[in-house]
Design a binder for this molecule. Structure first.
Ligand code: CA
Length: 232
């Protein structure tokens, strides 16, 4: 049980879209040293060409010479692309976080960033697409067939809506905009859930899993936390 952690994506392939050649080469070297395969692109056009099946996640600059990463991400998501996208944004660059995450981006880091920070975000992002593990290191697992979330092997008493919210947050790992939660609940449940109802579900859910497991950023985004603050 104890060694599942070391098995994550030994050779994940990343699509790195960045027009700053020096930064792109530096990041490629860094990722390669960490055991990733890197496919490089320096523009929207190249990114479109290089988005092959072997890519498992994208790390994408927002400001590109022939377009912007956010629009590209939106276009891809519209076409059914499900692989995770992390945006690289420049300080001072007009990056609208809401727009960025609404476009289907999973996460973002602001330049200049610490390399370790970027690496850890990429790891988190890839963990989200790892095949389901028998037990998460935090003791929470999603059982999709039975539509349950288990804590240390025991099913939590969740309503269907609570299950859907929790499964989405645990899947995505990155920040999930409130609007997206509303969309997913609407799409999949066929039952109308308004903003207030979502707030009620959220607070009940936090009572059940521990308030510090579901982080919220100004009530607009939500993020599942692997560790409760008591443990960290
Ligand atoms: Ca750029």
């Amino acid at each position: 049980m104890g060694n599942a952690q070391g098995m994550e994506n030994p050779a994940a392939t990343l699509l790195l879209v960045e027009d700053d050649t020096v930064l792109r080469e530096g990041l490629t070297e860094l990722f390669t040293r960490e055991g990733y395969r890197v496919i490089q692109a320096g523009s929207v056009r190249e990114a479109r060409e290089m988005r092959t099946d072997e890519v498992q996640a994208m790390v994408m600059d927002v400001g590109l010479p022939d377009g912007d990463g956010v629009s590209l991400c939106r276009e891809w998501r519209g076409a059914g692309e499900t692989r995770p996208v992390l945006f690289l944004t420049a300080r001072g660059e007009e990056f609208d976080v809401v727009r960025g995450l609404d476009s289907g981006g999973n996460d973002y880091v602001t330049k200049p960033f610490r390399m370790q920070e970027l690496l850890s975000r990429v790891r988190v992002m890839l963990r989200g697409i790892r095949p389901p593990q028998p037990a998460g290191r935090d003791g929470f697992t999603v059982d999709r067939e039975r539509m349950q979330v288990l804590k240390d092997g025991e099913a939590l008493p969740l309503t269907l809506t609570e299950y859907k919210i929790l499964a989405l947050l645990m899947d995505r790992r990155g920040v999930v905009p409130r609007e997206r939660l509303l969309e997913v609940l609407w799409d999949e449940g066929g039952k109308f859930i308004d903003d207030n109802t979502l707030s009620v579900h959220m607070s009940r859910l936090r009572e059940k899993v521990g308030a510090d497991r579901i982080r919220t950023i100004r009530g607009v985004w939500y993020q599942w936390s692997d560790t409760s603050s008591a443990e960290s």
